[in-house]
Design a protein around this ligand. Structure first.
Ligand SMILES: [Zn+2]
Length: 303
């Protein structure tokens, strides 16, 4: 007679599968937001020499397909996933040995009631290994003439630039409070739910996922609906990754952390429509800016 597997074992395996398919310790905008940012940039570049050069690096792939690969690379390194998806496996056919996790953010400390930061504080938080330094590093790779030898490295650089320009526009990728890793230690309830796939909901994750999803459930709808914000972003003067980090920090200190008790407090924050209403305009303009600024960065790297 076959040995019966106890129900609790089956349940824990099912839960594990759910967790693997829904990585909860996300370190970046959701796939939806990253793809929308790539779509916005490519829309803006349509018909340009830059678009032709980007497509030459992509081959049969599209920019939105490779926008999330750096998250997959990090998840593979952390053993949160077993393999990259079919698109990302073409960009990163070999596993990366260097730790890529710090490349996704710059966690400048937020102090109570202080809503702004400066380049000195951001540089200290970066410590030479953060989204800002990696954007600059991979832009240099893109600027070099393409040869048979560096084509794969340039495709990877493209994926990193698209992804990290996206990440640095997520306010909780540019700030942390009391060592909470950008809200990754802040447990919240959102619209009456305090669990996602059996895990507590983190403040960081609602900025990555739920707030974006509530604005628009798909990347294509999001990229279209953000047209007013894209027009606004296109009117803003040119800026650099340091400016973007400082701007994102302002939204973290002035919006994301407002009404959230420090980590370890007895009561976790109960967030709902008022929080969504405050956060949504920030998410909208930040995704639009990321797309507009990504297009400008690609134009300057691949003229
Ligand atoms: Zn990321």
């Amino acid at each position: 007679m076959p040995k019966r597997i106890p129900t609790h074992k089956i349940l824990s395996v099912m839960l594990l599968c759910l967790l693997v398919s829904n990585p909860l310790d996300a370190w970046g905008w959701s796939a939806e937001a990253h793809r929308a940012i790539a779509l916005i940039a490519m829309n803006r570049l349509q018909g340009t020499h830059t678009a032709t050069r980007v497509q030459a690096l992509l081959g049969k792939l599209t920019l939105d397909q490779i926008a999330t690969c750096p998250d997959e690379v990090r998840e593979l390194q952390a053993k949160e996933i077993k393999q990259l998806d079919t698109f990302c496996a073409q960009v990163f056919p070999k596993p990366m040995t260097i730790n890529t996790e710090p490349w996704h953010f710059v966690n400048t400390p937020v102090q109570n009631g202080v809503l702004t930061t400066d380049s000195a504080a951001v540089t200290a938080a970066c410590a030479g290994n953060c989204a800002i330094t990696q954007i600059a590093k991979f832009e240099k790779v893109l600027q070099a003439p393409t040869t048979a030898r560096n084509k794969q490295a340039q495709l990877q650089a493209l994926s990193f630039v698209v992804h990290f320009i996206g990440d640095i526009h997520q306010p909780l990728h540019a700030a942390e409070r009391d060592g909470d890793l950008g809200g990754n230690k802040e447990i919240v309830s959102f619209f009456g739910t305090d669990q996602n796939a059996g895990q507590p909901i983190k403040l960081h994750a609602i900025w990555d996922n739920q707030i974006v999803f509530r604005i628009d459930p798909t990347d294509t709808a999001l990229a279209t609906d953000l047209q007013p914000e894209i027009d606004q972003a296109a009117q803003e003067p040119p800026s650099q990754p340091m400016d973007w980090a400082i701007q994102s920090f302002g939204y973290a200190a002035g919006v994301a952390y407002v009404g959230i008790a420090p980590p370890g407090s007895a009561d976790s924050a109960t967030l709902g429509q008022p929080y969504q209403d405050a956060a949504a305009p920030v998410v909208r303009i930040q995704i639009a800016r990321a797309g507009v600024r990504l297009a400008a960065a690609l134009e300057s790297c691949l003229p």
